[in-house]
Write a protein that binds this ligand. Structure first.
Ligand code: AMP
Length: 281
């Protein structure tokens, strides 16, 4: 496995590869959620490239860009053990030529970004789409793997690929959880022991919503109120019900295609966590 930090060498190594290329874009601090994407990519492609890049243009002012966990040696070990060919871990200056305020960006449409995570993180999805497009171009991957944990991101990337005719298949991968239900996230590292327990109420609320839905309760107001009760110790940013295919809000009643999404902050470290569940029976 090669660990590459510059575009010139990446292009040279990509041109030497035989067979198909799969890409797993990450910001590092890899955990079993990332590992599941990487393993699927290794299964389905002759060569796998994992990018490890804490992308500054997808962070807003006051967000956790500086403290985001960085642990390249451990990440590289996980990749090597999984059978990855290339870890691409560039510096910011390599990706953006010290010019990150004067870039050509990909801007997804207002309807897709002015809700859910995009509402509290203006410009976030422009940053995500722009870096992902660069990675698609640089790696020449034919498949790229994204987690359903970041459901809005997955929806927006799929739309970008369709709208801009990128020659790549987007492969959605299921959410990986701890045994007790907490969705794995690099940001879980920020949590205190007490917050870890409180954070669990997010997945509890989602799983309970699915249980209630399966028992015949589909009134969104009712389901939302129950979630809020379960998550009373968290600062809830949103609980929304959307159609899983269109991401249009559902107002009155949930159905089999409804995706429930939650973002919430923990009380002490104010860590922002997201999770979601599909209600299908
Ligand atoms: P990140 O490093 O947080 O940008 O995530 C890189 C990729 O891993 C994204 O496609 C995420 O959706 C995916 N991912 C992160 N956490 C999980 C998880 N718990 N289960 C599945 N995929 C995940």
């Amino acid at each position: 496995m090669k660990i590459i930090d510059n575009i010139k060498e990446l292009k040279e190594e990509i041109s030497k590869l035989n067979g198909t290329i799969g890409l797993v874009p990450t910001m590092g601090a890899l955990h079993n959620g990332h590992k599941s994407l990487i393993e699927k990519a290794v299964e389905e492609n002759d060569n796998v490239v994992v990018s490890v890049f804490v992308n500054p243009i997808q962070f807003g002012a006051g967000e956790d860009l500086d403290k985001y966990p960085r642990q390249l040696a451990e990440d590289a070990k996980l990749c090597q053990d999984a059978g990855v060919k290339i870890v691409f871990a560039p510096k910011v200056s390599e990706m953006y030529s010290d010019n990150k305020d004067n870039l050509t960006l990909i801007c997804p449409p207002y309807d897709a970004v002015n809700k859910l995570c995009g509402k509290s993180r203006p410009g976030h999805f422009d940053g995500v789409c722009s870096v992902v497009a660069k990675l698609f171009n640089l790696t020449k991957a034919k498949k790229a793997y994204f987690g359903q944990k970041d459901a809005q991101q997955l929806f927006i990337i799929e739309k970008m690929v369709k709208d801009l005719n990128f020659d790549i298949d987007i492969i959605p991968c299921p959410i990986v959880r701890e045994d007790d239900g907490l969705a794995l996230s690099s940001r879980n590292k920020y949590l205190t022991e007490k917050e870890r327990k409180i954070a669990l109420s997010i997945s509890k609320a989602l799983l309970n919503t699915k249980k209630l839905f399966n028992s015949g309760i589909n009134d969104i107001k009712n389901l939302t109120d129950t979630c809020l009760e379960i998550m009373s110790e968290l600062d809830v940013e949103y609980i929304e019900f959307v159609d899983r295919n269109s991401f249009e809000f559902k107002q009155e009643e949930a159905d089999n295609d409804t995706l429930v999404l939650i973002a919430a902050r923990t009380p002490e470290t104010h860590t922002r966590l997201i999770d979601n569940i599909v209600l299908c029976k």
